[in-house]
Design a binder for this molecule. Structure first.
Ligand code: F0G
Length: 458
């Protein structure tokens, strides 16, 4: 018998989570104005809102916390992080930031101006937010297959080279400060980008003299999929694959809250000294001095250790397989989800789950609320509310896909928790025809409304 995968760690400390009743949850979600972000964590049993900053650090990371150097300038922790970044990604220059969007803020302040065009593969919402905030435009060049959840494609995060070249041809290079490749592509369902595609994008970018930046939050999960799905790399270690991937970029932004398995942190890394100098000014202004940029020394230490752990095959196998377990259960029940399963989350196709609901009633949000009421699970809407309004017309943008994302924190829940989540999904699926009404918005912020939106039941 082939031995199954098993987690390459054991549990040293536990944290209590509490169950609640359906009656309590009905009250709590109403009080929260039907926005799951407004719930207290104590009102949630299994929290799949995000895999960002919610992972469990290892004993080695915690011991690194004890020897953090909190010097304002030139801390040894900075150099530990610098060495880890050079070793894993190959970049000579880096700036720490307090999280991923801060990295975007600093880098984009140095590179993006009003009227610019930034092509990429379904930019993450903070990325798009930071582009649009500068009155520039994010153009989505993801392959069409990504938008059909029934199509099995090994690299649904890939960019469509034709779409990309059309953009590069249409605008002068002065208007295109960078191409952003998000690995894995969160917005299309935690879907990977192939090395071949990274290479092709880089070649095209060089032809038009445009730099390529990787939004790298889940780079290690992307590397794991490359090992499994891109034949040429089957025998390579994850670390070898990562080195290869980043050869096709000029720099990266990183939310370390994902694949560096820390609770807070981020960075920008790049090859160009000139860009480093330019971005340093903004880093000092927004984040902190260039050798800490919004991070404590101890957090930089834990981050450096986390990068090493997250780029090990056994860890990634147990991580991605746990996500796949939830995916397999959905398939068994007949629930349509984005396929192949994502690296960090399962994305439920809500238009197929609740075909009776009109899009104006926020289909994905309605399902996310039902899952909470049924079993105290907190997922997140990746649909019309998140897509926000068009910055020019102020009309609602209705995305092709309405998802509920169930993101699995790293090393946090057991497979029993996953089975519980699956049972909740099944119960809601069985009574899906009874869900005939959605929600309307009673309050929304002018940008990134999903965090603070308030809703009313129709
Ligand atoms: N890029 C990607 C692909 C992300 O998924 C995120 C965050 C960011 C950038 C921003 O990083 O949160 O550290 O500021 N994603 C989280 C999520 C919030 O739930 O998917 P951040």
């Amino acid at each position: 018998m082939n031995l199954p995968y098993a987690e390459p760690y054991k549990i040293k400390m536990v944290e209590q989570i509490t169950k609640s009743t359906k009656k309590q949850r009905l009250e709590w979600i109403k009080e929260a104005k039907y926005n799951l972000f407004n719930l207290k964590s104590s009102q949630v049993f299994i929290d799949l809102l995000t895999d960002s900053g919610t992972g469990a650090m290892s004993d080695k990371q915690w011991s690194e916390m004890m020897i953090g150097d909190e010097s304002y300038a030139g801390a040894s922790s900075f150099y530990k992080m610098k060495d880890a970044i050079k070793k894993i990604f190959g970049f000579d220059y880096f700036l720490p930031t307090h999280q991923g969007r801060a990295a975007e803020n600093v880098l984009f302040s140095a590179m993006i101006k009003e009227g610019d065009i930034v092509p990429g593969n379904s930019h993450f919402d903070t990325t798009k937010g930071h582009i649009e905030f500068r009155k520039a435009k994010a153009v989505d060049c993801t392959i069409d297959e990504a938008f059909d959840t029934t199509i099995e494609h090994p690299f649904k995060g890939n960019l469509d080279l034709q779409k990309l070249e059309n953009v590069l041809k249409k605008y002068p290079k002065e208007k295109i400060p960078m191409i952003i490749v998000t690995i894995t592509c969160n917005s299309s369902g935690g879907q990977p980008v192939s090395i071949q595609n990274m290479k092709d994008v880089k070649e095209l970018a060089e032809k038009y003299e445009i730099p390529v930046f990787f939004d790298s939050a889940r780079f290690a999960e992307n590397a794991y999929f490359i090992k499994l799905r891109e034949k040429e790399f089957a025998d390579k270690t994850i670390k070898e694959i990562v080195t290869k991937m980043f050869k096709y970029s000029d720099g990266m932004t990183m939310s370390s809250k994902k694949d560096a398995i820390v609770n807070m942190g981020g960075f920008i890394a790049m090859r160009s000294e000139e860009l480093y100098k330019k971005a340093s000014v903004f880093n000092i202004m927004f984040e902190g001095f260039v050798t800490y940029g919004g991070m404590s020394g101890r957090d930089m230490n834990a981050l450096a250790q986390g990068l090493d752990e997250a780029t090990e095959f056994d860890y990634l196998e147990s991580r991605v397989e746990q996500v796949a377990l939830l995916g397999k259960r959905c398939v068994e029940f007949g629930i349509q989800i984005q396929k192949p399963f994502g690296g960090h989350a399962i994305f439920i196709d809500c238009k197929k789950f609740l075909p009776q609901l009109p899009k104006e009633q926020y289909i994905a949000q309605t399902l996310a609320i039902e899952l909470y009421i049924e079993g105290g699970i907190r997922g997140v809407e990746i649909g019309t509310i998140l897509a926000d309004r068009d910055p020019e017309t102020r009309e609602n943008r209705y995305p092709e896909l309405e998802f509920v994302r169930l993101a699995i924190p790293r090393r946090t829940y057991t497979n029993n928790h996953i089975e519980y989540v699956a049972a909740v999904l099944k119960n809601v699926f069985d009574r899906r025809n009874e869900i005939t009404k959605g929600y309307s918005i009673s309050y929304e912020a002018p940008i990134m409304r999903h965090f603070t939106v308030e809703l009313e039941k129709i």
